[in-house]
Write a protein that binds this ligand. Structure first.
Ligand SMILES: [Zn+2]
Length: 55
């Protein structure tokens, strides 16, 4: 399979509005703007369509 996947660089929690941006340097998500609710379990808008740690 030679499927080209363009990973999302931004995700938003549909529950609390937290916004995170993908940092390729550290290969991790970083808070972009809204920190949202720290107790929220976060339901990302990209949930299920992309797994950044899948190899
Ligand atoms: Zn959230």
């Amino acid at each position: 399979m030679s499927v080209t996947i363009t990973p999302p660089t931004e995700r938003t929690c549909e529950l609390c509005g937290r916004v995170e941006r993908w940092d390729a340097d550290v290969e991790s998500w970083r808070i972009d703007e809204e920190t949202g609710d720290v107790y929220c379990i976060h339901d990302w808008d990209i949930n299920g369509s992309y797994a950044p740690f899948e190899d």
